[in-house]
Design a protein. Sequence first.
Length: 223
Amino acid sequence: MEQSEVEEKKCSYICSQCGNRLASKSGLKKHMRIHNEEKPFTCHQCGKSFTWACSLKNHLMFHSGKRSFGCDQCNKKFILEDHLKRHMKIHTDVKPHVCSVCGKRYLLLEHLKGHERIHTGVKPYMCFDCGKTFISSGILKSHQRVHTGEKPYKCSHCGKSFTQSGTLKAHERIHTGEKPHQCSSCGKSFTRSSNLWTHKKNHCSKVSKCEQSSHSDPSLSSK
């Protein structure tokens, strides 16, 4: 029996939601907490709940505020050792995790796995309020704020609040005047990529109209 077959036999408990294989029934039961949004471990200081006991333990360290793990390259300090390890990868250009479909590279394996779901179409994270599914727990969490009304990202300039950090960042450009999205055809800049996309469509429609008029006017085509 080959090694891969032995490993597959060991991991004989399969998740019906995402296809992940687990080595034991108890392991599968714990894994299902992710899909069922079960969070049995609660912080008695702030009431926040977690799926795993280790996540609660890490969270409690944030209440202490103690940053024991320091980066020896930039002196930035972290509460958790895992956060320091992740941060250290910023100081290297190496992105070892490569997508087999499109070749895009990632610093972290978890980011690659999330990206690969774009190609496979797998959306294992479901919103229990509306039934919509998502490729990552982070996107699901952002979506759920639509139902809860939570807006944790506040503009320091005007006090307006937003459900997503990206929306706040785009909004703040109104105050700073930053326009990072530039049209390659005419040089005009925009605060949002969506505004640039709309602008580019107008360029295309103008070119199309010019072509149509030259075809319809014999005097233009004969010149």
